[in-house]
Design a protein around this ligand. Structure first.
Ligand SMILES: *[C@@H]1O[C@H](CO)[C@@H](O)[C@H](O)[C@H]1NC(C)=O
Ligand SMILES: *[C@@H]1O[C@H](CO)[C@@H](O)[C@H](O)[C@H]1NC(C)=O
Ligand SMILES: *[C@@H]1O[C@H](CO)[C@@H](O)[C@H](O)[C@H]1NC(C)=O
Ligand SMILES: *[C@@H]1O[C@H](CO)[C@@H](O)[C@H](O)[C@H]1NC(C)=O
Ligand SMILES: *[C@@H]1O[C@H](CO)[C@@H](O)[C@H](O)[C@H]1NC(C)=O
Ligand SMILES: *[C@@H]1O[C@H](CO)[C@@H](O)[C@H](O)[C@H]1NC(C)=O
Ligand SMILES: *[C@@H]1O[C@H](CO)[C@@H](O)[C@H](O)[C@H]1NC(C)=O
Ligand SMILES: *[C@@H]1O[C@H](CO)[C@@H](O)[C@H](O)[C@H]1NC(C)=O
Ligand SMILES: *[C@@H]1O[C@H](CO)[C@@H](O)[C@H](O)[C@H]1NC(C)=O
Length: 712
């Protein structure tokens, strides 16, 4: 029983790494084709708008935020570091070898916008984050991000109140790009009249990035993008030059294929709504419309095509090739992408000339950077598909982080266990510390944990969402040595995770003044840097000291195991007496499901966990959100790291990527006989969708530590 000495479990993982710009992983889909033409302002309107802009600019200056200088009280341990770094001036030119890194304070800057001047002052913008987006129409991903109604609507509807958004363009066409972005925003805002306020927090600059004259270009150009601009390269014997155009890869659950390095024959297959005998071994060139994207790709797959290029009809924007409804149940092993109709290609195919196509990615600047509410520069992570939801999620996380800072400033006796210690291999990170004097008077124990990476950039962060477990041993001969004190899941290639977890019920595990803490991931995982502070404090519940309850003993119950048909045969009822002078009993459990059998158990299936007390009381924990496509995106407000480079959005069995595993706590006092005679029983079992598990493929597993906690 308990997790004594148990090896950290293997993570046999079914999550895919995002290997390119648009690994889309959506079950839910807005149906059909977005019937939107790119509304290029007619020239008269354009002229009027430009004139208006100049008029507005001359007499109107807005400030990002009211000036509220930092007070001494605001300063935490982080601030000391920030001030030290601020004395080092980041250099502005984009070719310089050094400049600000993630975590550095953002220097002041001013940018002209369509509505006057946007001015960022360090300190003045406290409580507000600033997200900077640089648009370029050389990216099909960004074209789709901006022309998809769903995407722009989500920006207008969901951008948190605390976020300011500064929109820029990288190109010569910055003025028309700015007006176009404004048009898209105004159209979305017109549909959501209650959300018009958001427009006052969105600042659009007509000055191209290369003319900004501040540090922004340095950061955009140097914190390069992981994937680059996705492009299709067409060649033909008749052409002197290849035709190179942007492409948007459709990489969703329903589409598993990836483009390779090779060159393919390109073959016209009409609208792709019927199979074609001519496309075997070639990339099929099909037009949008008349049937769904899925139907086209499925037809070409059945016709043995090597890949599919769907081209937009003239005047239409590039779209996200979502599946619709039941289509999303199946998957096709073929790559597919959307491009514009390239006239030279269409003409060559019409005249029966041979055209080859290959696929490339050209390195490019970052499209998104940000300044958090504390004034530090931050990366924005990966966007799985073209939607502004990823901007909102990052801004939500900044809200979470600010709240966390407030909590960390509450009075507590803080004991540092790890300070950016290396956690790697079989040993993990290990430290032996002496507990602060007076800790026995404290009734609150919180774990302040952060996971960072070898360098300050996310590129140095470990892949995968691995389990991290913290074990403690104080009295080597005592019953609690190496019990699990906390559990977290790493963020896939992002180094910003920071969480505060209340584990007060486990205070009795600290059964001596000197304790050894061990923090581990699977030994083959890439290294993480861990920081752990124990925060001891006194609860401020109203009531006299006499009423205050303190946990004085824990009783280890069940641990999990392989989730197969014998799972429940391992567990026997436990008979127990409640220790004398107990006034409250709590069930405390940390349970997570991992692995991937044919039912996607236990990571992506609904398991439930039942502790039956006295054969009567059914205490159940059900992992409903494990099948919810956005189950973990909804946890960003609780600290789940957003915009990871894996499929972090999906709900999971009791956990999320980049989040602490929140302990499950239930007061069971009333279910028990507290008299002290041997009269209580507890019994645990776990179910898959309400039934005993019975997988036919390699089963998943449950990691569990569970206790009764006795308070007096
Ligand atoms: C972006 O480029 C496409 C073609 O590549 C064009 O149709 C569209 O109008 C452009 N959009 C903007 C805002 O320039
Ligand atoms: C065109 O693609 C074929 C393979 O489909 C390849 O054999 C050939 O070398 C390519 N030609 C050029 C010019 O790339
Ligand atoms: C590509 O086209 C060439 C000439 O049309 C043909 O010889 C070759 O077999 C084709 N390759 C494939 C893989 O279909
Ligand atoms: C296919 O769609 C186009 C454009 O929407 C339309 O003009 C055409 O008539 C359709 N063709 C068929 C066969 O339905
Ligand atoms: C596709 O390839 C399979 C296996 O090589 C073959 O049996 C089938 O007839 C092909 N289908 C078409 C439409 O070419
Ligand atoms: C697709 O999956 C959904 C949800 O799992 C299910 O309700 C539906 O019946 C499935 N459709 C088909 C055709 O299998
Ligand atoms: C007591 O705790 C609550 C919730 O944790 C907090 O909101 C409140 O400010 C605290 N009061 C004092 C006096 O510390
Ligand atoms: C728990 O069960 C025992 C016998 O199984 C019984 O004597 C006791 O009263 C029960 N306690 C409660 C609170 O139901
Ligand atoms: C406890 O509740 C779950 C559902 O909440 C149910 O599946 C299970 O059978 C119940 N067990 C008992 C013993 O009542």
């Amino acid at each position: 029983m308990g997790s004594d000495g148990e090896e950290t479990k293997v993570k046999t993982d079914a999550d895919a790494e995002i290997v390119d710009v648009v690994v889309c992983s959506r079950f839910t889909v807005s149906d059909g084709i977005i019937t939107m033409t790119v509304l290029r302002s007619n020239s008269l309107l354009l002229l009027v708008l430009v004139l208006l802009w100049f008029l507005v600019l001359t007499d109107h200056v807005t400030k990002a935020a009211a000036k509220t200088p930092r007070t001494q009280q605001d300063k935490g341990p982080e601030d000391t570091e920030l001030r030290l770094q601020r004395s080092r001036k980041p250099s502005a030119p984009c070719f310089s070898a050094s400049g600000p890194e993630p975590g550095d304070p953002a220097d002041a800057f001013k940018v002209l916008t369509l509505d006057g001047e946007f001015s960022y002052e360090p300190g003045a913008a406290r409580g507000s984050s600033t997200i900077i987006h640089a648009f370029t129409n050389k990216s099909a991903f960004l074209e789709c991000l901006w022309s998809s109604e769903e995407s722009v609507d989500s920006l207008v509807q969901d951008l948190p109140d605390s976020a300011q958004l500064l929109l820029l363009s990288m190109d010569e066409s910055a003025v028309t790009d700015a007006l176009w972005m404004r048009e898209q925003l105004h159209r979305a805002a017109a549909k959501h009249s209650s959300k018009k306020e958001v427009l006052s927090r969105i600042h659009i600059s007509p000055v191209p990035v290369f003319s900004l004259g501040n540090w922004i270009p340095y950061v955009l150009y140097n914190w390069g993008r992981k994937h680059g601009l996705a492009q299709a390269v067409f060649t033909s014997d008749r052409w002197k030059m290849p035709a190179i155009i942007k492409r948007l890869d459709a990489r969703y659950d329903w589409l598993k294929g990836r483009w390779g390095q090779e060159s393919f024959n390109l073959t016209d297959a009409g609208n792709g709504c019927e199979p074609s005998p001519y496309v075997a071994g070639a990339v099929a060139w099909v037009s949008e419309g008349n049937c769904s994207f899925f139907t086209k790709v499925q037809n070409m797959f059945k016709s043995n095509a090597s890949g599919v290029l769907v081209h937009a009809l003239p005047g239409n924007p590039i779209q996200d090739m979502n599946c619709v409804k039941d289509e999303c149940n199946s998957s096709l092993d073929i790559p597919a992408a959307m491009v514009h109709l390239e006239p030279a290609v269409a003409q060559a195919l019409r005249f029966g000339q041979k055209v080859n196509v290959s696929f490339q990615a050209t390195p490019c600047p970052n499209f998104f950077i940000s300044i958090d509410q504390q004034g530090a520069l931050a990366e924005m992570g990966g966007f799985l598909y073209p939607s502004f939801s990823f901007v909102s999620w990052q801004a939500q996380w900044f809200d979470f982080y600010t709240e966390l800072q407030t909590k960390l400033h509450r009075p507590a006796d803080v004991l540092s266990v790890f300070d950016r210690a290396l956690m790697h291999g079989h040993a993990g990170a290990v430290a032996t510390v002496r507990l602060p004097s007076g800790w026995l008077d404290m009734d609150i124990l919180e774990l302040d944990v952060s996971l960072s990476c070898p360098s300050r950039r996310d590129v140095s962060c470990a892949h995968w969402d691995h389990t991290v477990q913290l074990f403690v041993c104080c009295d080597r001969l005592g019953p609690y040595c190496n019990a699990e004190l906390g559990r977290w899941i790493t963020a896939f290639r992002r180094g910003t995770g920071h969480w505060l977890t209340d584990v007060s019920p486990l205070l009795p595990l600290l059964d001596s003044n000197k304790c050894t803490f061990t923090m581990k991931t699977p030994p083959w995982a890439m290294p993480w840097m861990v920081s752990l502070n124990l925060r001891f404090s006194v609860s401020n519940e109203t009531g006299t000291r006499v009423d205050k309850l303190r946990p004085f003993r824990v009783m280890s119950l069940y641990s999990g195991g392989t989730f197969d048909k014998n799972y429940n045969n391992r567990f026997q009822p436990i008979k127990f007496t409640v220790p004398a002078s107990t006034r409250k009993v709590e069930l405390f459990a940390v349970i997570t499901g991992h692995g991937y059998d044919e039912n996607r158990c236990c990571e992506f299936c609904v398991t439930s966990h039942h502790f039956i007390i006295n054969a009567t009381f059914n205490n159940s924990l059900i992992f409903d959100s494990a099948v919810s496509p956005l189950g973990c995106a909804t946890q960003v407000k609780e600290g789940a790291v957003p915009n990871e480079y894996g499929t972090w959005l999906y709900g999971r069995g009791g956990w999320c990527d980049g989040l602490q595993v929140a302990p499950w706590r239930t007061d069971v006092t009333k279910q028990l006989d507290l008299s002290g005679s041997e009269s209580n029983t507890v019994f645990y079992f776990g179910l898959f969708e309400g039934r005993n598990p019975d997988p036919s493929q390699e089963p998943g597993y449950i990691i569990m530590s569970s206790f009764f906690v006795f308070y007096k």
